[in-house]
Design a protein around this ligand. Structure first.
Ligand SMILES: [Zn+2]
Length: 481
């Protein structure tokens, strides 16, 4: 079997096996301070080991203090995901030796997580499926190792940043569903304001579990875990690789060993790292320096009342109130900034379907950080509607508006892009085009009416795209008939 395309993996006919996929996502919470100390959480660009204190450096004799905001953010997430919030919870020590873990243990949660169960819906194409969660718990991030020639460097600025671990049930079946899961999850986290969940910045990191089983079989196959995936692309590619690798092995009659594998980006392969640890390898025990936590029901009620409109509700509203297609509504509602621009542009008077199109196509292709204001975008869409400018000119104006921040009307005047809709102004150019293209004219006169398109193309070229195409065509017909 050669490297599969996505569709061959997804197609049940091409394989007697189906994939069973589960995700563990680590999400850095957007609190001001770390999980158990007062150090700042924003370390991007800071010199190594400058955002540290005796607590997050694991010095003996210090005591951790629970960050209330991190607990609140985790509870909010649980409420948004239809989860159960148990009344009692506690922290545990997860013991393992690793150079980026200063204390030799990580404060995490073992058998009493803050959040249990839950679900959310994902949409792939026209199909919406409910994906269940197993749990969401709170822990602390580790330091960061950088490997150099001759050794490794460690930076503890990240050590102790609040980390929310979200474990899904193995309900996903394809790389496309896994992608939709991550996009939807990111949208929910951003909407709640609990994390920026930017994978490129390491704020959202994933481990995927994948096993294969014969189609129709209930029992799960042996799962392989692929660790530390830091981009949407790495998740997608590593899954495609694992599905192909495991399918081939099973078809050869081999057994899949349970193991942890790593993704090697440059080679596009996963490689064995170690056999999978069991929970007892970590010697979990209750964290003696922290009291158990009891979550008051009144706090839960207060947080529930604060929940914003979530992406799924937004998707349904976009379809019902604005008449968007399921595809457009799903795409916009899972992108917080696009959704905001869309709503503002509609509020500024633009047609919703046209605004959705512009935002998903032309605006999304603009360079990073250069996005038009809703007011300018609505104005530009209006100018196209009114025939003031053509679509090609509008795209040019959009780029200018976005990079300069100047208004579209001013730019259209300055760049001389206004469309010519006055047929008397086009007549001279139209006559010249007719004189210069006798073959097309002869075709037209002999009954090949589509020859008008060639003449119209020439006229558009002669006016450098400024002729209103409808007016140009009508004028040519008038002059020829
Ligand atoms: Zn600290």
């Amino acid at each position: 079997m050669t490297a599969p395309t996505q569709s061959s993996v997804l197609s049940p006919q091409s394989s007697a096996y189906e994939a069973v996929i589960g995700l563990e996502c680590h999400v850095q919470l957007a609190t001001n301070s770390k999980m158990f100390c007062g150090c700042p959480t924003v370390y991007s660009g800071a010199a190594p080991n400058t955002h540290v204190c005796p607590i997050c450096l694991g010095m003996p004799g210090v005591l951790p203090v629970i960050n209330r905001k991190a607990v609140e953010y985790t509870l909010l997430t649980g409420l948004a995901l239809n989860s159960e919030i148990p009344e009692a919870t506690k922290f545990d020590r997860k013991n393992y030796p690793y150079p980026d873990l200063v204390k030799g243990y990580q404060i995490s949660q073992y058998d009493m997580p803050l959040v249990k169960g839950g679900w959310f819906e994902i949409t792939v194409g026209a199909i919406t499926r409910r994906i269940r969660l197993e749990r969401v718990h709170l822990e602390e991030d580790t330091g960061k190792l950088t490997h150099i020639a001759g050794g490794s460097l460690v930076d503890f600025n990240r050590s102790g940043v609040p980390l929310m671990e979200m474990v899904s049930q193995p309900d996903l079946r394809t790389p496309a569903e896994t992608h939709a899961y991550l996009l939807t999850l990111r949208a929910i986290l951003r909407t709640l304001g609990v994390s920026d969940a930017d994978m490129e910045k390491g704020q959202l990191r994933c481990d995927v579990n994948v096993s294969m089983r014969p189609v129709g079989q209930e029992e799960l196959g042996t799962k392989v875990e692929v660790k530390n995936l830091n981009s949407f692309r790495a998740v997608q590619r590593s899954l495609e690789f694992e599905i192909a690798r495991q399918t081939e092995a099973l078809e050869r009659g081999e057994r899949i060993p349970q193991e942890t594998r790593g993704w090697v980006e440059e080679r596009g392969v996963t490689v064995t790292q170690r056999s999978k640890e069991e929970a007892h390898d970590y010697r979990y025990f209750p964290e003696p320096d922290l009291p158990p936590l009891f979550i008051e029901r009144a706090w839960i009620d207060e947080l529930r009342a604060r929940l914003p409109e979530l992406p799924d509700a937004r998707r349904v509203r976009y379809m019902q109130s604005f008449g968007l297609s399921a595809y457009d509504a799903a795409a916009l509602s899972t992108d917080q900034s696009a959704a905001q621009l869309f709503e503002d542009t509609v509020n500024a008077g633009a047609d919703p379907k046209k605004a959705a199109n512009w935002i998903q196509n032309d605006v999304s292709r603009l360079h990073d950080g250069h996005v038009p204001t809703a007011q300018h975008l609505a104005e530009l869409i209006g100018m196209v509607d009114q025939g003031v400018i053509g679509i090609t000119a509008a795209r040019q104006v959009l780029t200018e508006v976005s990079s300069t921040g100047r208004g579209p009307r001013e730019l259209v005047d300055e760049l001389g892009l206004a469309q010519v809709s006055d047929s008397s102004a086009l007549e001279e150019a139209a006559r010249a085009v007719i004189d210069a293209n006798p073959a097309a004219v002869a075709d037209y006169k002999s009954g090949k009416l589509t020859a008008i398109n060639r003449l119209k193309g020439e006229l558009m070229k002669a006016t450098r795209g400024k002729a209103n195409p409808a007016v140009a065509e009508e004028l040519l017909h008038k002059l020829l008939d």
